[in-house]
Design a protein around this ligand. Structure first.
Ligand code: ARG
Ligand code: ZN
Length: 884
C-alpha cells in the first residue's frame, strides 16, 4: 500500500538483467505466523548486461541475513529501498545466501505465500515471488530450483513443490520434510509450493513415448467425489497436445491442487498447477454444464502452458500475450476438437465471439484500452485482461486462418525449434509464423501494437451484364488513449456468396478458384475484390467464422439478414444474422422505451422477426445448442455498447419486453421444445446433452419472462425434481426472475441443501445479485448473511461484482446509490486484496457513456476512490485512467 504517485513502467525501457541465476536452493520452515525462507543463489554476470549491480526484488518481507560468497554483508554493502535490494559492486561469479521472514497468515492479498483454510499455497505470477524471498523477479531470469520444505507433519501432511520428489522423511518435534527438484530452468513466477492437509485422486498415465507419468488432483478431504472430471480433462489435454502439436509432458509427475482462496482461475506453475476450486470440483449434483465446460477449458489451458509459457516463456511482462493469447487459442481449439462436430465447433466459436463483444470490445473502447502487447503499465496485474487473453487468442487464430492448420503447425514447430528454454517476445512468434510459411508479416505487427477494435465496412455491387460481383472493403480504427492515429491492419476477411435459394456459390476471385469461402486479405484502408462468373444477385456473407476481431458495420438490409439467418452454411454468420436482426429491434425499442414513460404498454415486435426465430426454434435439423444461441438475445451491456448515451432502464425495459413477447408469442413452440429436450437417464456433461438442457432452460426462462401459473409451475416442478445442478439452478433463476412468491421458498430450500458446498453458495449469492428483482437494499441484506465475506474472492465476486457488473438496471439506480456502494466496496476490498478490488474498480470503465444525470454521480464515486490517501497501485491506475 503506497501513498505516493505510482510509477509507470515502459516497454521501451527494457534492459537485460545484470546477473543471471543458474541455481536456486530454497529452504522453507513453514509456520503461518513466521515462516523462515533460506535461499542460496548462484549468480553470474550477464555478458549482455548494460548495468552492473545485483538487483533483487523484495516486498513485504523482512531481511534477516545476507551473505555474498560466504561473507556476511552489512548495511553499507547494499541498499534497500522501494522494494529493491541493490548490491552495487560484486564479482562476476557470486553465491548469495539470503534469509528472510514472512507472515503467510497475514497475507490477504493471495499473492506470494499465503494461508487458505489453514493450508499453505503460493501464487507468484506476475510478481509474487518477491513476496517470498529477495530475487531478480523477472521472467527473463531462468534458473534451476531445488526446494526443501519443512513443516509440522500432523498439520501439513502433504508437502509439494515443482518437479520431482527427491526425498522425504521425519524431523524432530513432529515435523517432517520433503525435498523437490525441478529439472527445467524456469522463471520465478512459475515457482510453487503447497503444504497442506489434502487428499488426492491419482493415476498413472502412459505418454506417447511410452513413459508413465503420475497424475494427481489434490483437494480437501470430502471433495474426492468431485475430481473425476478434472482428471479426465487432464488426460484428454495431454493426449491432445501430443497428437495435435507433438508436444509431450516433460515431467514424470503432474499435479493439480485446488484452493478455495484464489485471485484468478488457475496457475500453470511447473508440474504443480494451483487452481481455484471453481475450476476443479464438479459432480452433477453441484456443478452446471457451464462449470464442467470451464473445468475442461481451464485444466487444458494450464496444462498447455507447460509448453506455451513454461518451456518458452516471456522476456518481460509486456509480452504476456505471447503465452496467454497462444494458450487461450490452444484451449479453444482443444474444446472445439473435444466436441468434434462441425456445429459443435461453431457453437464454441459463437461463445468466443460473445465474450469478445461482451467484454473485450468495451475494454478496447474505454479508458483501459491497450494493445495486445502493452507499451506501459503501472501494475502488471491490471493487464491480465480480455485484450491480452481473448483478443490475443484472436490474433493467434488469424495466423491459422491465413496459413491453414498445417501452416500454423509449421510455425509452431519452428517457434519451439528456435526458442525452447528461452524467454522471448511476441515478435519472435510472429517471425516464426512468417518464416515457416515464407510470408512477410510486417504489417501484421500492428495487431500487437495498436489498440482499439477495427471497424470493417463493405459495399457489394453485382453487375448483371459482366456477371461480376465487386466487393469493396473499408477499414478504420478509432483513437484510443495515447494512440490518436491508426494505420491499416492486415485483416483476413472470410467471405461467401449465397444465391437466391440460399446455396453457396462457387467463388472465383481475381481469376482464381476459391471454393465457397474465400479468405480475402485486406491490408489497405479500402480495397476492392472482383468475383467473376456470378450469374445472379448474391447476398454476401462477410467475416465468416468471425475471421478477425473487428466490428462489421452496416452493409445488410433486413432482407439480406433474414436470408442469411435462414440459409448461411457458415453457422457463425447464420447466428450473427439473427443477432443483427435482434440488435436492430432492441435499439429501436430502447429508443421508444426511453422516450416514453409508459413505454412497456406501447412496445411491439414485428411478426417477421418472430417468424424467423420460430423457424429456427423448431428446426430439428439444427443442434439444440445452436438453436439456443440463435434464440439468445444480445445482453443489456451489448445493447448499451451500441449507444452514444446509455439509459440502462430503457435498455432493460426493451430487452425484457422482447423476452416476454417471445415467451408469449412462441409459447406453444417453447413448451414443445421444453418437452422435446428433456434429458432422461443419468446426467452427462457431454456437449449434446448440455445443448439440450440449454435449449430447454432457455424455453423455461422465456416462458417465465411473461409468467402465467403454468410456466411458474413448470419451473417449480423442475426445481423440485431435477437431479442435476444445471436444471435446478436454471429453475431457481426462472423463479427468482419471475418475481413470484415461490422464489423465496425455493431460495431457502436451495441454501439449506447446499450450505456446505462453497461453490454452490456462490451460485446462490450470484443468482440473487444479478436478478433485476434484487435492489441494493437486498444486496446489503445479503452481505450480512453469515456465509458472506469479502475475504474470499469467489464470494466477494459472487455478490458484489455480480451486482455491479451484471445487474445494470439496479446498479445504475437513478439515485446513484449503486455507485456509492461500488466506491465503498472498492475501498474496503483494496485494504484486503488489491487485485480483487482493482477488478471491481473496472465496473465504472464506461462511465462517460451514460446519461448525464448518471454520469456525474459516477464521476463523483470515481473521485471518491481516487481521493483515498491509502490506495493500492492497482486501483489507483484503474480509477486514474477512468478519470483522465
Ligand atoms: N497465468 C495464469 C493463467 O492464465 C494467470 C495468473 C494471473 N495471476 C495474476 N495474479 N495476475 O493461467
Ligand atoms: Zn494462462
Amino acid at each position: 500500500m503506497r501513498t505516493d504517485t505510482p510509477q509507470t513502467i515502459f516497454r521501451k525501457d527494457y534492459t537485460p538483467p545484470s546477473y543471471l541465476v543458474d541455481t536456486v536452493e530454497l529452504g522453507f520452515d513453514l509456520d503461518p505466523a513466521r515462516t523462515i525462507v533460506a535461499s542460496r543463489l548462484t549468480l553470474r554476470r550477464n555478458p549482455a548486461a548494460t548495468t552492473r549491480g545485483i538487483e533483487l526484488h523484495g516486498e513485504d518481507i523482512e531481511l534477516v541475513a545476507l551473505r555474498l560468497n560466504g561473507k556476511l554483508l552489512g548495511k553499507r554493502d547494499y541498499t534497500l529501498a522501494n522494494n529493491l535490494l541493490t548490491i552495487r559492486s560484486a564479482p562476476d561469479d557470486v553465491v548469495l545466501e539470503i534469509e528472510t521472514l514472512c507472515a503467510p497468515d497475514k497475507n490477504t492479498t493471495l499473492s506470494g505465500l499465503y494461508v487458505s483454510n489453514g493450508n499453505f499455497f503460493t501464487q507468484c505470477e506476475a510478481e509474487g515471488f518477491r513476496r517470498i524471498t529477495f530475487f531478480p523477479d523477472r521472467p527473463d531470469v531462468m534458473a534451476k530450483f531445488t526446494v526443501m520444505l519443512r513443516a509440522d507433519k500432523a498439520r501439513y501432511p502433504v508437502l509439494l513443490s515443482n518437479g520431482n520428489l527427491l526425498e522425504e522423511g521425519d524431523l524432530d518435534d513432529g515435523r517432517h520434510y520433503a525435498l523437490w527438484e525441478d529439472p527445467f530452468k524456469k522463471p520465478s513466477y512459475l515457482f510453487a509450493l503447497v503444504a497442506a492437509q489434502l487428499v488426492c485422486q491419482e493415476e498413472t498415465f502412459r505418454l506417447a513415448d511410452g513413459r508413465d507419468a503420475l497424475l494427481q488432483v489434490w483437494v480437501e478431504d470430502g471433495n474426492l467425489d468431485k475430481t473425476d472430471y478434472a482428471m479426465q480433462s487432464l488426460k484428454h489435454s495431454i493426449r491432445w497436445d501430443e497428437e495435435k502439436y507433438g508436444l509431450e509432458l516433460d515431467l514424470d509427475r503432474f499435479m493439480i491442487v485446488a484452493t478455495s482462496d484464489f485471485n484468478m482461475g488457475a496457475m500453470e506453475n511447473k508440474g504443480l498447477n494451483i487452481f481455484n476450486t471453481k475450476f476443479v470440483l464438479a459432480n452433477p449434483r453441484v456443478a452446471t454444464d457451464i462449470d464442467f465446460q470451464g473445468i475442461e477449458a481451464v485444466v487444458a489451458h494450464e496444462y498447455f502452458h507447460n509448453w506455451t509459457g513454461n518451456r518458452v516463456t516471456c522476456r518481460d511482462w509486456f509480452q504476456l500475450s505471447l503465452k496467454e493469447g497462444l494458450t487461450v487459442f490452444r484451449d479453444q481449439e482443444f474444446t472445439a476438437d473435444m466436441i468434434g462436430t462441425a456445429t459443435g465447433r461453431a457453437v464454441t466459436r459463437i461463445d468466443q465471439v460473445r465474450t469478445l463483444r461482451q467484454a473485450q470490445f468495451p475494454e478496447d473502447a474505454g479508458p483501459m484500452a491497450h494493445p495486445v502487447r502493452p507499451d506501459s503499465f503501472v501494475e502488471i496485474n491490471n493487464f491480465y485482461t480480455v485484450t491480452v487473453y481473448e483478443k490475443g487468442a484472436e490474433v493467434v487464430r488469424m495466423y491459422q486462418t491465413l496459413f491453414g492448420v498445417d501452416g500454423f503447425r509449421k510455425g509452431m514447430d519452428l517457434y519451439f525449434a528456435r526458442h525452447d528454454e528461452q524467454a522471448v517476445e511476441c515478435d519472435d512468434f510472429r517471425r516464426a509464423m512468417a518464416d515457416a510459411n515464407n510470408r512477410e508479416l510486417g504489417q501484421f505487427e500492428r495487431w500487437y501494437s495498436q489498440a482499439g477494435t477495427p471497424v470493417l465496412r463493405f459495399e457489394g455491387r453485382w453487375d448483371e451484364a459482366a456477371q461480376t460481383y465487386t466487393l469493396t472493403l473499408f477499414q478504420s480504427c478509432p483513437a484510443t488513449p495515447g494512440q490518436p492515429e491508426k494505420l491499416p491492419f492486415h485483416i483476413p476477411v472470410a467471405v461467401g456468396l449465397l444465391d437466391a435459394a440460399g446455396a453457396d456459390m462457387a467463388l472465383v476471385v481475381d481469376g482464381q478458384q476459391r471454393g465457397t469461402t474465400a479468405v480475402l486479405e485486406l491490408t489497405e484502408a479500402e480495397q476492392t475484390f472482383v468475383f467473376t462468373g456470378v450469374t445472379g444477385q448474391p447476398v454476401a456473407s462477410v467475416l465468416r467464422d468471425f475471421s478477425a476481431p473487428v466490428i462489421l458495420q452496416g452493409g445488410y438490409t433486413d432482407a439480406d439478414l433474414l436470408h442469411l439467418f435462414s440459409h448461411d452454411s457458415d453457422p457463425v454468420n447464420r447466428w450473427e444474422a439473427g443477432q443483427r436482426l435482434a440488435m436492430e429491434r432492441l435499439l429501436k425499442l430502447t429508443g421508444e422505451a426511453g422516450a416514453n414513460d409508459d413505454a412497456a404498454a406501447s412496445l411491439n415486435l414485428d411478426e417477421t422477426f418472430i417468424e424467423a426465430l420460430r423457424k429456427i426454434l423448431v428446426d430439428e435439423t439444427l443442434d439444440p445448442a445452436f438453436r439456443e444461441q440463435c434464440l439468445t438475445l444480445p445482453s443489456e451491456s451489448m445493447v448499451a455498447e451500441q449507444l452514444e448515451c446509455v439509459d440502462p432502464l430503457a435498455v432493460h425495459i426493451a430487452r425484457q419486453f422482447v423476452r416476454a413477447d417471445l415467451g408469449t408469442r412462441l409459447r406453444n413452440e417453447l413448451l414443445a421444445q421444453y418437452e422435446a429436450n428433456a434429458t432422461p437417464g443419468p446426467y452427462s456433461p457431454d456437449a449434446a446433452s448440455a445443448g439440450k438442457r440449454a435449449l430447454k432452460n432457455l424455453a423455461l426462462a422465456y416462458l417465465n419472462a411473461a409468467p402465467d401459473a403454468a410456466s411458474v409451475a413448470l419451473a417449480q416442478r423442475q426445481f423440485d425434481e431435477a437431479d442435476n445442478m444445471t436444471d435446478r439452478a436454471a429453475a431457481l433463476s426462472a423463479l427468482v426472475a419471475a418475481r413470484v412468491p415461490q422464489a423465496a421458498d425455493a431460495l431457502a430450500v436451495f441454501y439449506d441443501e447446499f450450505q456446505n458446498e462453497a461453490l454452490v453458495v456462490d451460485k446462490w449469492f450470484a443468482m440473487q445479485a444479478l436478478s433485476p428483482t434484487t435492489d441494493l437494499a437486498a444486496v446489503r441484506a445479503l452481505m450480512t448473511h453469515p456465509a458472506f465475506t469479502l475475504r474470499n474472492p469467489n464470494r466477494a465476486r459472487s455478490l458484489v461484482a455480480m451486482f455491479c457488473v451484471n445487474n445494470p438496471v439496479q446498479f445504475h439506480a437513478p439515485d446513484g446509490s449503486g455507485y456509492a456502494f461500488w466506491a465503498e466496496q472498492v475501498i474496503a476490498l483494496d485494504a484486503l486484496n488489491p487485485q480483487v478490488a482493482s477488478r471491481l474498480a473496472r465496473a465504472m470503465d464506461r462511465w462517460r457513456r451514460y446519461a448525464p444525470a448518471l454520469q456525474w454521480q459516477m464521476r463523483e464515486a470515481l473521485q471518491k476512490v481516487a481521493g483515498q490517501v491509502k490506495l493500492s497501485n492497482d486501483v489507483r491506475e484503474i480509477v486514474g485512467k477512468a478519470l483522465a
